[in-house]
Design a protein. Sequence first.
Lengths: 354, 354
Amino acid sequence: MNLIEETMCAIKPLDSEAAKHAGMRLDSLTKPLGSLGNLEEIVQRYAAVRRDPQASFRRGALTVFVADHGVADAGVSAYPKAVTVEMLRNIALGGAAISVLARHFGFDLLVTDVGVETDTSAEVLPAVRYRRIGPGTRNFLEGSAMSPEQARKAIDAGIEAANHAVSRGATLIGIGEMGIANSTAAAAVLAAITGIEPARLAGRGTGIDDAAMRRKVGVIEDALKLHQHSLRDGLGTLASVGGFEIGAMAGVCLAGAAASVPVVADGFIATAAAALADRIRPGLRDYLFFGHCSAEGGHALVLETLWVRPILQLNMRLGEGTGAALAMNLIQSALALFHQMATFSGAGVSGPIK
Amino acid sequence: MNLIEETMCAIKPLDSEAAKHAGMRLDSLTKPLGSLGNLEEIVQRYAAVRRDPQASFRRGALTVFVADHGVADAGVSAYPKAVTVEMLRNIALGGAAISVLARHFGFDLLVTDVGVETDTSAEVLPAVRYRRIGPGTRNFLEGSAMSPEQARKAIDAGIEAANHAVSRGATLIGIGEMGIANSTAAAAVLAAITGIEPARLAGRGTGIDDAAMRRKVGVIEDALKLHQHSLRDGLGTLASVGGFEIGAMAGVCLAGAAASVPVVADGFIATAAAALADRIRPGLRDYLFFGHCSAEGGHALVLETLWVRPILQLNMRLGEGTGAALAMNLIQSALALFHQMATFSGAGVSGPIK
């Protein structure tokens, strides 16, 4: 059995008893019934995934994967490809948005190079892990983005990162990414999985103009035609039109479920990974939180199609795991309320009038 | 000149130059232009209110006001009136939701009794301030909820609490409340100010049934008729159908603007106070943040009518300042990004393709 199969076999069902017990405690706390709204659902889902009616929290970890994309050569991004490695350095040196949030919230930040064009492994970048599957994917207009073996390796890289985070005590893991042109790959993956037309999925990414936008939609349409016979399953979709970081984030989703650790998806590109994980292992989305609804392309439509509700709506479209980090902070606040609020009987507060 | 007039005279215009400078720095940070979405607006509004292009943050304070309401006697709440004082004790002793969040986020918590039926000033309740304007308001179906002088005193109590918070270093202040039946008073205030019909404003509060709901709408309609000649200005509206804690929260809004400190409104009842402050001093809403859209009654409709956008939408309806606290935490995160992210030039990251 390989790592992906092993991981899938380790996934236990959600613990509805734990969720129910957490719900009973929520109802005993000094507040009107249900008045914490979505925070109550969050606590119950956390308990169900953790298989822990106490919903105990140890620490949060952010796993961020960085890779390049051959399809950048098709002129689908507002920024040059060099920005991928430049941002890898910026993340590692603490200046990127996700670095600031990880520090601010006290979350571990695990950054993995899964295939940036420029190899930085000889530089001294603090805390970057190297699991380079290649120097970026191939342009998926000219063939598969990656080989089936590379697709498996990408998912393995995510599983390993998640297992590492869990071994360091994480009970909540966020996924994020950086990779110039990866909103094109993510839109292609999501079009293949959901059947939504590329024109409704593609967004402005880092800020492309109308001409580039038409090009981007055309690229996705062409790719879906070219690879139509390989898009029937998750691994085939990943290999055909995906990216190394998208595969890795899907791996984190699978490994989180296997370790009973909820994973928090970030925006559009992380949602493509979550949808892939759910395609590989149906029902997996129930083990995840969707951190926010991004302003990128058809993210709101995708979330609706997947029947999932995002925690935050802040019109962000930055990626890197920033929306996931903010949502993880909110989840932690919900858990603090659950753990620390007094009960009606404990505080001597009267219940409703009968 | 009395305290309210003095406070209003001290309000300076918003500093659009500070907002502009903050915007220029936001555009220089290593992220696609505008990709932090609403967080960028938050930083700019904070800079404009603070009159500080650096948008520096010292600390957050939560000001929570507790009072009873004569209209509770009309059977408009699911909980007995005794819950107000019981929850005052619970907040003071650290078991209420707002106590947990203040501790968790490291915000000062300033609780003021502005008119609870039971006087607890002889008990040893840590950190509760007493500015008791009366043992609760009168039932506003039988006359004004309070005298004009009491209305001024309620606002004064809020101004004093805000000034106290500012003197302790607060650069961001949240407002919250507790008071059985105060969603009825808030709905009456909001109906008077916005012209929205009571049936579209009134909500389930702490969880009333259909019969109580019809009663609640009837009570508000009757009150608006009874007091129709006193609802033309903010102070008259507060005195006729308001509450001591609603007046106090309006006072915090005014004093925050005067001290160049942004105030974060909580849910339905705090929004009634914010709307009152904006009625007393037109344009005041621009100095405020609206923390969340509550699930209570017509809160979403009110926010739309006031042309303001809430930061969070979590279907919460707990009050106490809980939504404000969560939003303050998010504002603080936005400021951390603003202060700590690297610039394109500083981090050696390429800009967009020309």
